[in-house]
Design a protein around this ligand. Sequence first.
Ligand code: 7RM
Length: 650
Amino acid sequence: MTTNDGGIDALLQEDRTFPPSKDFVSNANISDPDIYDKAKADPESFWAGFAKELDWFQGWDQVLDWKAPDAKWFINGKLNASYNCVDRHAKSEKRNKAALIWEGEPGDWKVYTYWDLLREVSKCANALKSLGVQKGDRVTIYLPMVPELVISMLACARIGAPHSVIFGGFSAESIRDRVEDSQSKLIITADGGYRRGSIVELKQNVNDAINADSPIENALVVRRTGHADDLMVSGRDVWWHDLVDSQSSVCEPESMDSEDMLFMLYTSGTTGKPKGIVHTTGGYMVGTYATTKWIFDLKDDDVYWCTADCGWITGHSYITYGPLSNGATQVLYEGSPDYPDKDRFWDIVAKYGVSILYTAPTAIRTFMRWGEEYPNRHDMSTLRLLGTVGEPINPEAWVWYWKNIGGERCPVVDTWWQTETGSVMISPLPGITTLKPGSATQAFPGIDADIVDDKGNSVPPGGGGYLVVKQPWPSMLRGIYGDKDRFVEQYWSKYPGEYFTSDGAKLDEEGYFWLLGRVDDVINVSAHRISTMEVESALVDNPKVAEAACIGKSHEVKGQAIVAFVTIKDQISTSDDLVTELKQHVATKIGPMARPDDIYFAAELPKTRSGKIMRRLLRDVAEGRTLGDTTTLADPAVVESLKSQYEDDE
Ligand code: 7RM
């Protein structure tokens, strides 16, 4: 990487470690110095300890019922997630504390205290009821990062209607598939959102997604941009300000069973069809509450900022449910980090006195490329803790973050987890764990993570293999919506009784975990999970394409970039315009984050004799490596010709 590294090389000696500072008084430390051993000896009491810190309408009879792969946590316990995130603070001395400090991309802003949040969530919940939404009905949410996004999620939770949030970057077709799979009767959306100075056409996408056979009966629409009033469909669409604002601000929260579904969230797997990961109420709340408290070490006077979007699991767990159940003050930001200039994040940190910042390695690498002058413009001395999530962080980026954002004083917590795990599984505890740049360090107390070989044997220190979780944990996924077989096959069949993560990892001599990335056909582009199959289906959907194969190629900033190999139909000729057309086609079908960086035309794709595309060889080609084993190829000449074409192009 060509960058002015600001002296990072010197900090990056082989075995440089970062021992905890004695000045950092950890929330975890206060409870017990031997938390790891204690949690290991009795994980059920460990988790029950956190569960007791939440408010339950009725206590549980039993902590865990585990018949692999089905787990039930806090059996017969009754609670409400929105009550735990809002009411209990609104009824305490925190009632006037800022819950959300929101800033829009154009610079507009709003602050909601816990009391405000209680009123707004209740009004939205009453509005949902008035539209006929009942306990158990699914609601799709497709919004920019505006306060109404968090409010809608909590309103759904309040009435027991599972939400399915779709990231605002997804296209009309992606919305249609997810609405169809979840059978949502309501969609909550906005006319548009702001991103890098332009308007994202959310309402247009919703209109395109909803056809005559859609299960959607109504759309509740936030007026954010004011540019699309003519896209309101009468009889179906209703403005948020017309319906929500006139509701009563009192709405009793439903008493939900611990195992009632709280939400589902679609994520990519190895096939083209996204899976709706199901999370339930009690265990998920306990997992997100506990990990937020100990990993982000929230104290009453902190200002916490997670830069994720609520369209991803990180926004569910570490914006909506974890921080609010802890009674935090948090910042929400709608837009992009380089608008109006490349110091927007640091401007926000300084303006609101952010003390805890949680972001993704891809963002950190971008900031690193932009250079230190942008953070240096601002006083960021309020920061005391930094976090990362979404993909492996390279030690250079870790040290850059620690030095230039954290001012060499803030611990960096590299948190490994997945949509499926619901909450962080592997992470340092700040103030307790000695940090190593590039390592997510150790499993959270109560989490039994291990690295195993192909036969399922634990690898010794120094070894590498697959990351698995050997015991159930409260916030684990309870299934894939409507597809039990896929749930069992995907997560529980490789090592019966153990959760298979699909991530490779290695263990160092001290037992620290080093995550290596996915071992399946999922590409991690800027911490967005995209399956090779989804992109391939989008490509072959173009009438000019005969066949397509996609792979992830390592990328300096994005972690991975998508490279597509395409064969086109006989009468069609290749051109730069066709490359542009195909890239655009994928962006339209799935969303801009799935747009391939490179498209190569091939006369044929490398296949085995049984017809399976050998993506491993395409990866070798794209990464410029010598080809691996080609003996199973039907026609070895195919890949050689691809390789020479690729090299000519570079
Ligand atoms: C939270 C989230 C999950 C996949 C996971 C990994 C990768 C996430 C880290 C990481 C290395 C990390 N959920 N991943 N965090 N890899 N170090 N700290 O990202 O469902 O969208 O993605 O992301 O491959 O399997 S996710």
